[in-house]
Design a protein around this ligand. Structure first.
Ligand code: HGY
Ligand code: MN
Ligand code: MN
Length: 419
């Protein structure tokens, strides 16, 4: 695979420094099961502290906005110009990988350092944003920080309560936020020139195809549901099968239906049951209640609507057959976002400057870019995920690929700065 080369006369990424910072961040919040930097946790705070220190060392001013987003800024040569924003997130899913989000943040800081090393001051100010709770593991409200910047918070965000009963209102101050001032996190379109995000692909296309760079054409839509199944807890040994109101039997049928809706029926691109709470969760008790997290994804919003119809129809059918009550509650519906041809071309040109082969592809994962795209032109650069694995400790991207991605991010910034 070819390695990147800095365009003539322009700054060059320091791969050793980039990968060293990535490795260090990859140790913050790691345990034997993977990365545990779940948003608002102590590990998340430690990771935020680390990258804030890197921003300061790169000569940036650093502030925390009311949504807890970390915003580093280095001034440009023309103070009248809007900011070029680079960003991503440092929070991880539970037992996640060390590159998801982290690469985009570390690379953004490296871009600022490389420009300084090269004595290059862009015309535009450059801001690096580290967005709060991108994953949504906490409070089931993903893209929380980037949606605040884009002015896309909903009533459910303000009212968000975690599974353990703690409110977002009480939690935001743990990372320097303040829910009563969320409106102040919003940025006006005229303040921003564009948004550029480097991210691992989190899928198999680039690694399988041997492409070092991916130009993202669009970001998937996603619909999330909470399914609550209430049957009747009873004795596993004495209750005849015909008298059971077994919430787990119903849950199993719902889980298989989610796979059927996306798989065999191809109503939408993918469907997942990622979480399940069984009550009372004892081997000799027929479950009285099961709560499930269900999500569907597709670029076509009408396909997500069709998947919801099928889920609700199946739930009614199963509720009747198993004599249980099933409540399907829509939790979040995130629209898919296309990346403009103009912004795709910027990334393709930036990859060309580095002499790197590229391929265009959609993103099956969600990203902060899909929120920020609401207020400024956005583009994403992907680098290969080995074997397409992500959201798992086996998530891996080679140091050379990480450096290639950072060089393309830097080149894209320089191209945007010249426009
Ligand atoms: O779930 C996602 O698509 C992203 O990793 N937050
Ligand atoms: Mn991510
Ligand atoms: Mn993720």
């Amino acid at each position: 695979m070819s390695t990147s080369s800095a365009p003539t006369g322009s700054a060059a990424i320091n791969s050793v420094r980039l990968n060293s910072h990535l490795t260090t961040l990859g140790q913050i919040g790691r345990d034997e099961f993977g990365m545990q930097r779940v948003a608002f946790s102590r590990h998340d705070v430690d990771g935020r502290d680390y990258v804030s220190g890197l921003m300061r060392a790169a000569g940036m001013s650093v502030r925390i906005d009311p949504a807890g987003n970390i915003i580093g800024r280095s001034e440009g040569s023309d103070p009248s110009l809007p900011a070029i924003v680079l960003g991503s997130h440092t929070d991880t899913v539970p037992s996640g990988g060390q590159y998801d989000g982290a690469l985009g943040v570390i690379a953004a800081i490296e871009v600022v350092e490389a420009l300084r090393d090269g004595g290059q001051t862009p015309r535009h100010p450059v801001e690096v944003m580290v967005f709060t709770n991108e994953e949504g593991t906490s409070f089931h409200r993903w893209l929380l920080g980037s949606r605040a910047v884009a002015g896309l918070w909903e009533a459910e965000d303000f009212a968000a309560v975690a599974d353990d009963g703690v409110t977002l209102t009480d939690t935001l101050p743990d990372i320097g936020g303040n829910i009563s001032r969320i409106a102040d996190a919003r940025r006006r379109p005229e303040e921003l020139a564009c948004y550029l995000e480097l991210h691992i692909e989190q899928g198999p296309t680039l690694h399988r195809g041997g492409f070092p760079i991916g130009v993202v054409t669009g970001i998937t839509g996603r619909s999330v549901y909470h399914v609550d199944i209430v049957g009747e807890a009873n004795h596993a040994g004495t209750t005849p099968m015909s008298l059971r109101r077994d919430a787990m039997s119903a849950a199993a049928q719902i889980a298989l239906a989610v796979r059927r809706i996306a798989g065999e029926m191809e109503v939408c691109r993918v469907g997942t049951v990622g979480s399940m709470d069984v009550h009372p969760n004892a081997g000799n008790v027929i479950p009285g209640r099961v709560q499930m997290g269900v999500e569907f994804r597709d670029e076509r919003m009408e396909s997500l609507s069709a998947a919801e119809v099928e889920l609700r129809r199946t739930a009614e059918e199963v509720a009747h057959a198993e004599n249980v009550n099933i409540t399907v509650t829509a939790q979040r519906n995130t629209p898919s976002v296309p990346i403009s041809n103009n912004m795709q071309q910027l990334i393709a040109d930036a990859a060309g400057m580095a002499g790197l082969e590229q391929v265009s592809l959609p993103s099956g994962a969600g990203h902060d870019a899909q929120a920020i795209a609401a207020i400024t032109p956005a583009a994403m650069v992907f680098v290969p995920s080995v074997n397409g694995i992500s959201h798992a400790p086996a998530e891996y991207s080679a140091p050379e690929d990480c450096a290639n991605g950072a060089q393309v991010l830097l080149n894209a910034l320089l191209l945007a700065d010249g426009r």
